[in-house]
Ligand binder design. Structure first.
Ligand code: NAD
Length: 512
């Protein structure tokens, strides 16, 4: 299929959905079928035009219950397969995603307003996630523990059963794959509620996984609002763990709802990451790194380097070089091949960015580049914001403390290493951070002292499914990706077997 976008991409969605879902109607994917919702109508908006291109109905609690019941049965079927067979099926899931990659990337591009080139990369990463966890299926070994009695004691990593996953709008298919792959690898079934704003690609992903051989009902995508469908999933007694990716405010509500039922949760929340440039850094690379850290995905990335801390000796030079490079970044329609920065996903986010920048300017920050909305040919009505550099920002301004989730970098000067660490850690968040320096000792000192779940040296945004990811502080708790992410989807059982023929049965604990 060629990617000719008539009417700004909107009618392309129907043809992509027809190809991938077999219909251009939309609802929830439950037990292998597309099911209509029962609640309010929800609009899907093209971020590049502001036009509504589709409506669907909120799934509602009855659909959540059907999904949970289907998930219980599918989980039994899945977990009764050999680990080898599950691994092979998961590998097929990766292959299926690769086959559908171009269509999936186009669907994501239009429905989430993300540049097509980014969507292609993210879809390829989804395939990798299934391939990586395919390899873990038959390697989830427990331990044999040398207890001091005549027992054989060993551990088993068992699935929870049905888990709930709730995801945000900024990287829907990536986040979906990121959480579905380890969940099913560990033997769980899934109820996934994507953001109501961007549900299409995750729903198609669930269908692709079934085409690759997972049982119907193992991965259900329940589409609807957070306080209705999302809350119903967390409250559903068949669901045993919650994995939430989103804002700290909602994360706190979700942790509270999970605590009411005494079920565990993982929170992957926001950030205000410090990207730190010392005066001994290779400034050519550091300035490009600073742009990549904040302007990719129009800043709508949890690990964005939204605070740029620069040593006072090179502060002026870095601001000037960054501002001049930023002025040259073209913002454009997301479906054009060359677009590197597209629109902001939604009107609320757009207004939030504008408000935080206006407040910073009122408090004394200087606009070195950008600083407002921009016009894009064919994107009239869209949510386009200029890549923006704010200089002379103080770390106590809201723009340096609140997550902006937009293409705006706040540049803050520092005097020395201790000062840089103090500013970096003067944040309620702790998701990521980076340092640019030629001093290897300093690089290690910074890596050890900055509060962050991920830290880069002379680099930014390197992530991979093989490596653990998660937050410190209000950026959340628990880990995703890698072996640690897999363990989040298991609970450990300790099994004791008496091996002595006539061992005395103790009233009380067996001791050495
Ligand atoms: P959000 O918190 O508004 O929504 C996230 C999800 O929660 C959505 O699916 C929403 O429908 C659901 N939800 C809302 N209220 C709910 C409720 N009462 N019960 C159940 N579910 C509910 O976040 P957002 O605006 O969609 O996403 C942006 C945020 O996500 C940013 O803070 C960003 O940093 C964060 N994020 C974090 C990571 C990470 O891995 N740490 C990755 C991507 C995005």
């Amino acid at each position: 299929m060629t990617f000719s976008v008539e009417k700004n991409g909107e009618n392309q969605v129907s043809s992509l959905l027809t190809t991938m879902l077999g219909t251009d109607q939309f609802g929830s994917w439950i037990n292998g079928q597309l099911v209509s919702g029962t609640g309010d109508n929800i609009d899907l908006v093209n971020a590049a035009t502001g036009n509504v291109f589709m409506q669907y109905q909120d799934a509602g609690s009855v659909n959540v219950e059907h999904a949970a019941q289907a998930a219980v049965l599918a989980q039994r079927e899945w977990f009764s397969m050999t680990a080898t067979a599950r691994g092979r099926t998961m590998y097929n899931c990766g292959a299926k995603v690769r086959e559908a990659a171009e269509d999936l990337a186009k669907l994501e591009c239009i429905s989430a307003g993300k540049p097509l080139r980014d969507c292609r990369v993210e879809v390829a990463k989804v395939a990798e996630m299934f391939e990586y966890y395919a390899g873990w299926c038959d390697k989830m070994t427990g331990q044999v523990i040398p207890v001091p009695t005549s027992h054989l004691n060993y551990t088993r990593h068992e699935p929870f059963g049905v888990v709930v996953q709730i995801t945000p709008w900024n990287a829907p298919v990536f986040t979906g794959g990121w959480q579905i792959a380890p969940a099913i690898c560990a033997g769980n079934a899934v109820l996934l509620k994507p953001s109501e704003l961007t549900p299409l690609s995750t729903t198609v992903l669930a269908k692709l996984l079934e085409e690759a051989g997972i049982p119907k009902g193992l991965v259900n995508v329940i589409n609807g609002l957070g306080h209705t469908t999302g809350a119903a999933a967390i409250a559903n007694k068949l669901c045993k763990k919650v994995i939430f990716v989103g804002s700290p405010k909602t994360g706190s509500l979700i942790a509270g709802a999970a605590a009411q039922r005494v079920i565990p949760c993982v929170l992957e929340l926001g950030g205000k990451s410090a990207n730190i440039i010392f005066d001994d850094a290779n400034l050519d690379r550091a300035v490009v790194g600073a742009q990549a850290a904040i302007f990719a995905a129009a800043g709508q990335s949890c690990v964005s380097g939204s605070r740029l801390l620069v040593h006072k000796n090179v502060y002026q030079e870095v601001v000037e070089r960054l501002a001049s490079a930023t002025d040259k970044i073209a913002v454009n329609l997301p479906w054009l091949e060359e677009t590197m920065v597209g629109p902001v996903n939604n009107i609320n986010q757009f207004n939030h960015i504008k408000a935080l920048v206006a407040e910073a300017v009122a408090q004394g920050a200087k606009v070195a580049a950008g600083g407002g909305e921009c016009n894009v040919l064919g994107g009239e009505g869209g949510y386009f914001y200029k890549p923006t550099v704010l200089a002379d920002v103080a770390n106590n301004m809201s723009v340096a403390q609140e997550e902006i989730f937009g293409p705006v970098v706040s540049v803050i000067p520092f005097d020395d290493e201790d000062h840089a660490i103090a500013i970096a850690n003067d944040s309620r968040f702790g998701l990521a951070g980076a340092v640019w320096t030629a001093d290897i000792g300093r690089a290690h000192r910074m890596a050890a002292q900055v509060n962050a779940g991920t830290f880069w040296v002379n680099s930014y945004k390197a992530i991979n499914v093989m490596s653990p990811f998660g937050g410190f502080g209000e950026s959340g708790y628990g880990r995703s990706s890698g072996y640690e992410g897999l363990l989040e989807y298991t609970q450990t059982k300790s099994v004791w077997i008496e091996t002595a023929k006539d061992a005395a049965i103790q009233f009380g604990y067996s001791v050495e």
